[in-house]
Ligand binder design. Structure first.
Ligand SMILES: CC(=O)N[C@H]1[C@@H](OP(=O)(O)OP(=O)(O)OC[C@H]2O[C@@H](n3ccc(=O)[nH]c3=O)[C@H](O)[C@@H]2O)O[C@H](CO)[C@H](O)[C@@H]1O
Ligand SMILES: [Mn+2]
Length: 482
């Protein structure tokens, strides 16, 4: 998407004062564009920016909006307003006047109605008329929208929050130093710059791994030994000076796994990158001191214990979400969330980086989907029907851009809470919710079971290297309940 964005910007007029446009899925899973707009609301620029975002999205949407998973109906926030004009309906959230003075982060989303019960707040007539004016600047909104919608109505959601609230989101240095009147755009997707004169084996068009599938049907790579050149990968990614957050939970007796986890990570995990470990534990005094190489930090964050392992495992989603909000968002580019009862045995490097990264569970990669241990009860928010499903992903690793993992953990945590309210616990707790999320929000990179093995499982012929593997543990000994 990054390249597309730049190509588009070269060709098209983009209003000044737009910064950092990102293409994302919004929290309802809808396609959206999000950007900082350093302008008061309802200025010409503000309206022009919405037109720009809309027309940009029409060029980027590869799949029709009808497939978006909007989650549960009725999930709109209080204060949501809508206004209709022709075929388009415009929704706003939050109070535009609160942030009218200094500009904001805008999210323009396309999608279907979230809730039929959304009502216009009568007291906000003035904001509605301001929104109506936005429509009038669309040169040809009907044709813009008709490209996308087919028989269903398309809705345009405009949501925003004040830049004042956004101060803690880091803005790239070059953007900060540029004058606000000069548009500076930097996508989060870096160019794959490779140094000149780097010698490496010529890639072949005809020869490669044929014993395993190395690409998903939605064209995300599946990372296996032999599909990438580690020297080339390192030369591309190291100059980006990335920081990788790594969360690991060691609650109760699981602190005993920390030393091996950390010591082997120092040998094999993201070597040569800035790594920030976040260790969550109820026993901070039992966290071993491990020598960290330069550029690597460890912080210990205290969390409550529990007498149910299911709860410890599942609460990770919520704690990762809130820690991203409170600090990781400012401190890292990518994040990996890993099981602690594991060790690294070989390189786990930048080949694993992607916007949303999942790993194929070692126990099910040769199985048909009907045998996957997905949650099968329709009453659960993690439900997956028998005839759906791509892979069975392991809950021991989630990764990607901090923002994308933030969305994932937010959605999974909320769905877990809805289930809990209905007295349901999904078959494999957060792993079930993860699988449901990834079925409808496809990962951009998939790691082969090399990246998640289990010590008790004999190596199979397609697995040439075991990079990360769960240790054999005595469940009765380490877990608070069995
Ligand atoms: C290989 C793999 O995909 N493993 C998943 C699997 O079983 P596992 O048997 O691997 O689950 P587990 O016991 O390792 O628990 C998951 C993680 O929660 C933490 N923890 C758990 C219990 C405890 O008392 N203290 C503590 O700190 C710890 O970081 C541990 O690594 O199913 C779980 C579902 O609930 C998780 O999705 C695991 O990621
Ligand atoms: Mn585990």
């Amino acid at each position: 998407m990054g390249d597309q964005l730049f190509a588009f910007l070269e060709k098209q007029y983009m209003p000044p004062n737009i910064r950092r446009p990102y293409l994302l899925k919004d929290r309802f899973g809808q396609f959206c564009i999000q950007y900082l707009l350093n302008q008061p609301f309802y200025s010409e620029i503000y309206r022009a920016s919405i037109v720009w975002a809309m027309s940009y999205m029409t060029q980027c949407v590869e799949s029709p909006p009808g497939i978006y998973d909007l989650g549960q109906p009725g999930t709109t926030e209080p204060g949501c307003r809508r206004e209709r004009e022709g075929d388009a309906t415009l929704y706003t959230q939050a109070d535009p006047f609160q942030s009218a003075v200094e500009g904001a982060v805008l999210t323009i989303s396309l999608g279907r109605p979230i809730s039929s019960s959304t009502t216009i707040d009568g007291a906000r007539r003035s904001s509605i008329s301001a929104l109506t004016r936005i429509h009038t600047v669309w040169r040809d909104p009907a044709s813009l929208l008709n490209n996308l919608i087919g028989p269903d109505k398309l809705y345009v959601y405009v949501s925003f929050f004040s830049e004042r609230l956004n101060r803690d989101i880091p803005v790239d240095e070059d953007v900060k130093s540029s004058s606000p009147s000069k548009p500076m755009v930097r996508s989060r997707v870096w160019n794959m710059a490779s140094p000149e004169k780097l010698l490496y084996k010529q890639p072949s068009v005809l020869m490669g791994r044929t014993d395993v599938v190395t690409v998903t049907p939605w064209l995300a790579s599946i990372i296996w030994e032999g599909t990438f050149d580690p020297v080339l990968i390192d030369n591309i990614y190291k100059p980006m000076n990335l920081t990788i957050a790594t969360t690991v939970f060691a609650v109760g007796k699981y602190v005993s796994f920390l030393r091996d986890f950390l010591e082997t990570a120092e040998m094999h995990f993201m070597v040569g990158f800035n790594v920030r470990y976040y260790v969550f534990t109820d026993r901070p005094h039992d966290v071993p001191s491990v020598n960290l190489t330069q550029g690597r930090h460890l912080s210990v964050i205290q969390v409550p214990g529990s007498n149910r392992w299911q709860e410890i495992s599942a609460r990770r989603m919520e704690i990762i979400q809130t820690t991203i909000e409170s600090q990781i968002r400012r401190e890292a580019d990518y994040i990996f969330c890993l099981d602690v009862d594991s060790k690294f045995h070989a390189r786990w490097g930048a080949e694993s980086l992607g916007r949303l990264v999942a790993v194929i569970h070692p126990g099910y990669y040769d199985q048909t989907r009907a045998n996957f241990p997905y949650e099968r009860r329709p009453a659960s928010m993690a439900y997956i029907p028998m005839d759906e499903g791509d892979y069975y992903y392991g809950g021991a690793m989630i990764g990607g851009f901090v923002e994308d993992v933030y969305t994932l953990t937010t959605v999974c945590r909320n769905r877990f809470a809805v289930d809990a309210g209905n007295s349901i616990e999904a078959a494999w707790q957060e792993e079930s919710h993860l699988n449901r999320y990834l079925l409808y929000n496809k990962p951009s990179k998939v790691l082969s079971p090399e990246y998640l093995w289990q010590d008790f499982k004999a190596k199979t012929k397609e697995v040439k290297v075991i990079r990360f593997s769960g240790v054999i543990k005595n469940y009765a000994e380490v877990r608070p309940n069995v």
